[in-house]
Design a protein around this ligand. Structure first.
Ligand SMILES: [Zn+2]
Length: 65
């Protein structure tokens, strides 16, 4: 059975299949898409924390009269 990347449908190498078995993310990704997704997830986490920080700062400088 062939394993295809669920993003770009490229055929996965044996090494990439092993990677997916070691770090299961629910979908099969080739090395390229895997790292692309990791960056996206990291960016999402960073953005979320930025939002939380903005809310916190807004509370601090909010009008308290
Ligand atoms: Zn891919």
């Amino acid at each position: 059975m062939d394993y295809l990347c669920s993003e770009c449908s490229v055929q996965l190498s044996k090494f990439e299949i092993q990677l997916n078995e070691l770090y299961p993310v629910g979908k099969l990704y080739c090395e390229f898409c895997q790292s692309k997704h990791e960056r996206k997830i990291i960016k999402q986490i960073v953005d979320n924390e930025k939002d939380m920080h903005n809310d916190y700062t807004r509370d601090l400088i909010g009008d308290k009269k």
